[in-house]
Structures are given as C-alpha cells and as structure tokens.
Ligand binder design. Structure first.
Ligand SMILES: [Zn+2]
Length: 512
C-alpha cells in the first residue's frame, strides 16, 4: 500500500507553477494578491480612450472632411500622389489619417477607400507591426545618417504589402542636411514607395520639401464635434455622464480630440468611473454655469452683497483665475452678440434666460467696456501680487465703472465713470489742435533722415572715388616702374630671363 505523503500543517502548500517552460520548479508569482488589493496576477492592461477609440476607417474620422474627400477621390480615381504632408495642431488626426491611408493602400482586398479591417495587412497595421509601414519619429532621428540609412532601403520592393509606406512624424525636426538628403527621393521615389509626412510646424520645413508634397492642413475640431464623439464613446463604454461636464471638457480640450479624451480619462479616474459636472469642474479648476451667471447678474444689478458672497465662494474653490477671466470674456461676447445680432444667439456658458436678462439689462456700451476691462485684467493677471487679487480687482473695476443709475449714495462711480464718456469729445477736439505739430515733427524728421542719408551717400561716393583713384595711381606707378626697368634692361643689354629670380624659378621648374 503506497504511503501518502502529507505536508505538515504549518508548511504552506506548493504554489502553482507560473512558467510552463519550467514547470517542475516552484516559482513565486511577482504579482501576489496583497491583503485589500483587488486583483491577482499581472496588472490589468488598460488602453487609454484616445488609443482605444483611434479611428480605423475614413468614415470613423471626426471632422477633417476636406482631407478625407481629397484622399478618397484620389484612391478611387487612381490618382494618388507619392508624398503627402499632413499639418495641424496636436491631436487632430494627422497620424491617424496617415495610418488609414497606409491601410487603404495595402489592404488585401485591393487599393480601396474602405479598407476591410479584417485581413492580416489591416490587422497588422492596426497593431503597429506591419513590416512595410515604417513609422519614423523624426524628433529622435534627426541626423543625416539616419535619413541616409532610411533612403538606402527605399529601392527594395515591399516584402508583404503593395506599397512601402514611410510615415515620418514630426518631420520639422529633421536637420537641414537630412532634408537635403531626402529631396531627390521625395521628388522621384520608386513606384512602390509613398511618403506620408506629419508635422505640427510646417513653417520650419524648407520650401523645397513643401513643393514636392501634397499638403493637407487639418483643422482644429469644433466643440460640438468633440462633445458628440465623447458622448458616443461614453455610450459605447456604458459610462454614466452629465452633459455640462462633457461641455466643460470639450471647452478645455481647445480643438484637440486627443486632449479631450485624455481629460475624459482623467475625469473617469477622478469620478471613479463616472463623469460628473462637479468633479470635472473641480478637476479643471473652473466654476459652474450658475456661478458665472450669478457673477454677471450681480455686476448688472450692482448687488454688492451677492458679489461679496460669490467672490468669497470662488476664492474657496481654488479655481484657475485666468480661465475664469476667459470665460467671463466669452460671456461678454455672447451678451454683445445677442444684443446686436438678436435671437438665435446662444451661450454655452449660461442658460438662455440668463443671457436674455443680461442682454436686456446691460447697455451695449457697458458690455464693450466690460469686455475691454476684462481683457486688460487677463493680460495683467501675472503682474498682480497673486491671481486671486488680480481677479477680484478686475471685478471691482467692472463695478466701479458701472453707471450709478440706481444708487445715488455713491459719489465715486460718477467721478470714475466721467472720463469714459468724456473721452470721445476730447478725442474729437484733438484732431483740430494736434495735427500741425505732429506733421511738422514728422516733416522735420523726414528732412533730417533724408539729409543724413544724403550725407552718408556722399561719404560713400567720396570713399569709392578715392579708392578708384588710388587704384589708378597704383597701376600708373607699377607701369612707370616697369617702363623704367625696361629702359635700364635695354641699356644694359640683358634679357628678362637673365634676372636672378626668373632663373631660380626656371631651375626649380626643371628640377621638378
Ligand atoms: Zn484589409
């Protein structure tokens, strides 16, 4: 009867081998579940939204219809250029479009504007392991040797696909020598080669490169487009969200979809899996619509108690004051647009009824003045002792320059306000008084400049003529010297070749 070996109770049982190549050996897993830790095994891989939702077909692209249309038409009609340059700010789809184009050229179903996405070429391009798509980061390979190495391989046919696609990202970082080395191949590449260049800074490219490429300038995305795409992604990911939060994120993204999706990732982490307005606003350091509306209405009515409370509340929130002033500027713009252009103008920052109240309660001149004062306050924000002081001073300035119609007890506003309406008459009176001295001064300056230029020209002329004269004198002197020498030679019956220097030179020549 076989004996059953049992471990003593105090010794823990053997762990399962994690390495199938060496199963006999007891191995410790590097990732043990620690007490209180949620996962076991290797750390879970999380693909960020910007990568997970990178468009795989032209139809999935957000915006950039002008580029897509040109590319699709080029593919359909078979008139595809060999070098493309995609320019535009960060996160608008330069690399994405280049990859889709590479897929369209190499899809196993043929050159098509609708790559299948299931063949091995499409899958490999999506996974970033297609051998004939060479993605080169020009920022880290700036040297001419790198470019030469790249160009040495251009002549060889593609190993798997139909075309060999060189995708050079951040191409403006290449050195001048690299650009020059690239020029000839960029102009007349072999038929199996396509160059796709992407850059955020086309001004740094030499014109010789620009003239060899088909240039597509990608636009910044509209807020609506970013907002819609975020909504689509969150619906697909089954994440709960609030619309004002998405609007705030779209505003903060400033035209870049990648920025928006990175912020969305951050908001998801911040709100532990949900996108809530309060979290997003506190994450971005902005205030909610209600606060901006309250601020605007308090400025309109001159309600100092409300203003005091609101300023105190904003001060406790640790907001980004520069961003807050920008939002205030957008609010004044919306109010002015509503006043001048009428119905149909909406604001993303405040509700429609608030916008109507502000447009009716403020005079157009006030709104213009508010805009200008806010603009100056934003410019000078860094000069203030701290941003909070700068912001509060700006709000106090706005209320100081408000016409004191309802409150007679304040003598300051009228005196402060006085210079503002009084400015136009002064400005109008000035033209009658000022022009003459200014014109005279200008004239004097012009005359002085002209005189000094003339003098300088004369000096240059004198110098030139002196130089010429000196040269003539030198020529004359040398001629005279030569003729005197000739005379002496003839008198002595010598030849030029008898001169010692000439003889020495000839001897040297014969020796060599
Ligand atoms: Zn395919």
């Amino acid at each position: 009867m076989p004996t059953v070996l049992r471990w003593p109770l105090s010794v823990p049982p053997r762990r399962e081998a994690v390495n199938p190549a060496r199963p006999g050996r007891e191995q410790r897993s590097r990732f043990e579940r620690a007490p209180g830790c949620g996962w076991q095994g290797p750390p879970p891989f999380y693909l960020v939204l910007a990568r997970k939702w990178r468009p795989r077909r032209f139809a999935e692209l957000v915006g950039q219809q002008h580029v897509v249309r040109a590319l699709v038409n080029g593919i359909v009609t078979g008139r595809l250029h060999h070098a493309f340059l995609f320019t535009g700010t960060r996160g608008v789809g330069k690399t994405t479009i280049a990859r889709i184009l590479a897929k369209a050229l190499n899809c196993e179903t043929g050159v098509t504007a609708e790559p299948c996405g299931v063949c091995s070429a499409c899958k490999d391009i999506d996974a970033g392991r297609f051998v004939d798509l060479l993605e080169i980061d020009a920022a880290s390979r700036t040297k001419v040797d790198d470019t030469r190495e790249l160009l040495d391989n251009v002549i060889y046919a593609p190993s798997r696909g139909r075309y060999k696609v060189y995708l050079i990202d951040e191409v403006h970082m290449l050195s001048t020598h690299s650009f020059n080395a690239l020029l000839k191949t960029l102009e007349e590449p072999p038929p199996h080669v396509k160059f796709l260049l992407a850059t955020t800074d086309p001004q740094k490219l030499p014109v010789t490169v620009l003239s060899r490429c088909l240039q597509f300038s990608l636009k910044r995305l509209e807020r609506v487009e970013i907002d819609t795409q975020m909504r689509h992604i969150l619906d697909a990911e089954q994440v709960s969200y609030e619309l004002p939060a998405l609007a705030a994120l779209a505003r903060a993204a400033d035209g870049s979809l990648r920025d928006a999706l990175s912020l969305l990732d951050q908001a998801l982490a911040f709100g532990s899996g949900a996108v809530r307005t309060e979290d997003v606003l506190s994450m971005l350091g902005t205030i909610d619509r209600r606060a901006l509306a309250t601020l605007g209405e308090a400025l309109m009515t001159g309600d100092r108690a409300v203003l005091r409370t609101e300023l105190k509340r904003i001060g406790e929130l640790s907001v980004d004051y520069s961003g807050l002033l920008s939002e205030l500027l957008v609010l004044w713009h919306d109010v002015a647009a509503r006043q001048v252009l009428g119905d149909g103008i909406e604001s993303e920052l405040v509700d429609d009824e608030v916008l109507v109240r502000l447009a009716e309660g403020l005079s157009p001149e006030d709104v213009q003045l508010y805009y200008q004062l806010t603009l100056l306050a934003r410019r000078d924000l860094d000069l203030a002792p701290d941003h909070r002081t700068g912001f509060e001073m700006a709000i106090l300035r706005l209320i100081a320059f408000k016409p004191a119609s309802g409150e007679g007890e304040q003598p300051k506003p009228p005196t402060l306000r006085a210079p503002v309406p009084a400015a136009p008459p002064v400005a109008r009176a000035q033209p009658a008084m000022q022009p003459q001295p200014i014109a005279a001064a200008c004239r004097w300056r012009a005359v002085a400049t002209c005189t000094s230029l003339l003098r300088r020209r004369r000096r240059v002329a004198t110098y030139t003529s002196l130089l010429r004269r000196r040269r003539r004198v030198a020529t004359y002197t040398s001629l005279r010297r030569r003729s005197r020498l000739n005379r002496v030679r003839r008198a002595s019956g010598l030849r030029w070749s008898d001169a010692p220097s000439c003889a020495g030179r000839r001897a040297n020549w014969q020796r060599s």
